[in-house]
Design a protein around this ligand. Structure first.
Ligand SMILES: *[C@@H]1O[C@H](CO)[C@@H](O)[C@H](O)[C@H]1NC(C)=O
Ligand SMILES: *[C@@H]1O[C@H](CO)[C@@H](O)[C@H](O)[C@H]1NC(C)=O
Ligand SMILES: *[C@@H]1O[C@H](CO)[C@@H](O)[C@H](O)[C@H]1NC(C)=O
Ligand SMILES: *[C@@H]1O[C@H](CO)[C@@H](O)[C@H](O)[C@H]1NC(C)=O
Ligand SMILES: *[C@@H]1O[C@H](CO)[C@@H](O)[C@H](O)[C@H]1NC(C)=O
Length: 375
């Protein structure tokens, strides 16, 4: 991992040098070999032209037309992409995505000062993906292997931001997602930060997310790490809902050294009522919370169509779960834990200390809690 990262850092420095090359239209720099050119993009039509032939692509100010994807899929092996300017998107009710990247050994970097602005307010109607206008997902990171997304600044996504699927060994480092504007009038909804499915070897490090839904939601996948993150305004760091998809296994997840503030809940594992699958080897460690309004920790096996049924089922067992060093404060009226289990086992809570704003110990609501969960 370290050797790979050193090579990637060297490539990033190379990409930064190349970014000095600007032009009205894309052009190849002199030092590129045939088929390995450095190219700069300033208008949308250039993207299709550079994709097959450039391995170093710089994207400056760019307007992506309504209903079109900034399509960086199937990049040449080893391509680096550098965003240097303001990228905006035309308005159309459609499913998106607005940006899509795929390939192997790809490095996508944002230069300080750049911005990918989703202009989400044009779609926001308080209904998210459950109705109203059709809203485009923002960023597909699908079939992305041994790759890095680094330093990206994203603002105001219409609905979900990153959709990570079918990816392997992907590092997402120092990404900021700022959907604070969606708090106005409660119009932003289902603005998940990172949704992960059927992927392995995913590391999300040093992310900052202001939104109105899950900061992280892992629906399936293995060997996934979220660390040094900051989540504000949403629904916290979640596994699930697991079940009723093609892949319903989540295992080997580490969520550590992160902060969750002003959110409905902080840490949550949800499985779907009547579904099958499994959730195992999940660790939440060294998590700080503040201003949590409903529940600090939630484990529930009763989800259906996005809502709780109140009836947990055992088809997606949750096993080998550790919560260690989880500390902080809950807002007045919030509960410490909500546990609703039909099949939860081998839980280990150590140094979980949540206090309410009033100083009273916050209550828990527990049904079917395994031994190891103090209720
Ligand atoms: C492009 O770069 C790759 C990796 O550095 C190298 O293996 C390949 O031979 C180069 N292709 C050309 C046409 O120069
Ligand atoms: C973490 O990300 C922020 C951008 O959100 C960046 O300014 C900072 O340098 C990053 N920290 C590290 C240690 O990479
Ligand atoms: C987990 O993912 C990391 C990051 O890609 C990788 O370095 C490591 O080898 C993987 N571990 C296993 C057991 O697959
Ligand atoms: C549990 O997951 C962690 C990654 O979070 C991994 O390092 C460890 O090997 C896994 N344990 C088992 C028993 O598979
Ligand atoms: C529970 O987790 C803590 C922290 O990781 C660890 O020190 C302890 O040994 C674990 N207890 C059991 C019974 O596994």
């Amino acid at each position: 991992m370290q050797i790979t990262f050193a090579i990637l850092v060297a490539l990033l420095q190379f990409a930064t040098t190349v970014s000095a090359v600007h032009g009205r239209h894309w052009r190849r720099a002199q030092h590129g070999n045939a088929g390995n050119a450095s190219c700069t993009v300033t208008c949308f039509d250039d993207i299709a032209k550079v994709k097959g032939r450039c391995t170093s692509i710089t994207i400056g100010d760019l307007e992506v037309p309504a209903g079109k994807t900034l399509d960086l899929t199937k990049l040449k092996d080893g391509t680096s992409v550098l965003f240097t300017g303001l990228v905006t998107f035309g308005y159309k009710p459609w499913a998106g995505p607005l940006v899509s990247v795929s390939g192997t050994n790809i490095i996508v970097t944002g230069k300080p000062g750049h911005l990918l602005d989703g202009g989400g307010a044009r779609w926001w109607d308080g209904k998210g993906s459950n109705g109203g206008k059709t809203k485009p997902k923002f960023f597909f990171a699908r079939s992305l292997t041994s790759s890095v997304l680094k330093g990206l600044n994203i603002r105001n996504t219409p609905v979900h931001c990153f959709s990570i699927g079918g990816s392997k060994d992907l590092l997402i480092d120092s990404v900021t997602i700022d959907n604070k504007d969606g708090d106005k009038g409660d119009l932003g909804h289902n603005t998940d930060g990172f949704d992960v499915g059927s992927s392995s070897g995913i590391i999300i490090n040093n992310a900052t997310v202001y939104n109105q839904d899950d900061c992280l939601a892992i629906n399936s996948g293995r060997n996934i790490t979220f660390t040094n993150g900051y989540c504000s305004g949403g629904h916290g760091l979640s596994i699930g809902s697991v079940g009723n998809r093609a892949d319903n296994v989540v295992q080997d997840v580490l969520i550590s050294s992160s902060t969750v503030v002003n959110s409905a809940q902080a840490l949550r594992i949800k499985t779907i009522h009547g579904a099958t699958g499994s959730v195992s080897n999940i660790t939440y460690s060294n998590i700080k919370l503040a201003g949590i309004t409903k529940y600090g920790i939630v484990i529930q096996q009763d989800y259906l169509n996005g809502s709780p049924t109140g009836e947990p089922t055992a088809g997606v067992p949750i096993k080998h779960v550790t919560f260690s060093r989880v500390t902080g404060t809950l807002a007045t009226g919030a509960k410490n834990k909500y546990i609703l289990c039909a099949s939860c086992s081998n839980f280990n809570f150590s140094n979980v200390k949540l206090v309410s704003a009033t100083g009273l110990p916050p209550k828990s609501v527990c049904k079917g809690a395994p031994s190891g969960v103090p209720c």
